[in-house]
Design a protein around this ligand. Sequence first.
Ligand code: AMP
Length: 361
Amino acid sequence: MKIGVIGGGQLGRMLALAGTPLGMNFAFLDPAPDACAQALGEHIRADYGDQDHLRQLADEVDLVTFEFESVPAETVAFLSQFVPVYPCAESLRIARDRWFEKSMFKDLGIPTPEFANVLSQADLDAAALSIGLPAVLKTRTLGYDGKGQKVLRAPADVVDAFAELGSVPCILEGFVPFSGEVSLIAVRGRDGETRFYPLVHNTHDSGILSLSIASTDHPLQALAEDYVGRVLSKLDYVGVLAFEFFEVDGGLKANEIAPRVHNSGHWTIEGAECSQFENHLRAVAGLPLGSTAKLGESAMLNFIGEVPAVDKVVAIDDCHLHHYGKAFKVGRKVGHATLRCVDRTTLDDKIAAVQALIVKA
Ligand code: AMP
């Protein structure tokens, strides 16, 4: 079976690493000449709106999936005429736009921060008054790793904020005084079978994920599964979906969803029976899903900007290095390490050992 992937970054690369043993081949459509997935499959170098190359991809593969959500709706519609596309166009339409996404949470009864649509500075002035400060202004589309957003703390911050984010459609969200951030990675097959990985506790550094720790018997697991299950059913979703929550007042508030494999699920490569990458491929290919059970205690640390000396990383027992083969650049995710240990104390010690190797930009 040949799988077409829109995007050829590290997520595409790790999909191919998981799918190759299942007998799958891969083609990646990505405009970047140095797309790092090309080491693992065919690289169709073209823009996401290039219909000639999209048609070439559709003709070559059995199905198409995505490694990022900011794909133009027209691209998904065009591909869908020729080849099965998972997850479906509606899932991408909702997940790429924070207004649609938050409106869906509200419709499904999933708690989320108070929010308002902001299409002008006048809308922002009104929203800041009704929601109150502090609040977070976010572009509706194309935001990632804390980009495309601004925290508004005082009335003076509101004055030019819409222009500062580029005068593009935004939402204003109430600031959540969260005690933690967690994500739930779920997978749903073509037949509707659904499985969930354990909740993951995430820590960010300058808006970029730095550390994910898979939990054991998290008290909010069942609640998170209920919320995520509502979204999966509503979208008749196929594939892996990541759902990020704020932990607040002993409950959960929905932050955002990603209709794809996710950085906070990378620990599953060594830390779970079947990884998020393999399960995504199983789901879109119509294969039975694999077990999401955790193997011991597990964590993932991102390498941002550069990968520490390989010999030092692999010298740590229970530590698995994933080097994405990308050029090193400040703020860019270039690799990660997964830890899998027998108990939490050992895990915490190993996390500290990896952190000591990370070069701060
Ligand atoms: P996002 O791109 O929406 O995931 O936001 C990036 C990070 O900004 C989150 O992981 C939070 O740490 C923080 N953040 C986003 N929205 C809010 C909010 N409404 N209240 C407090 N912190 C937020």
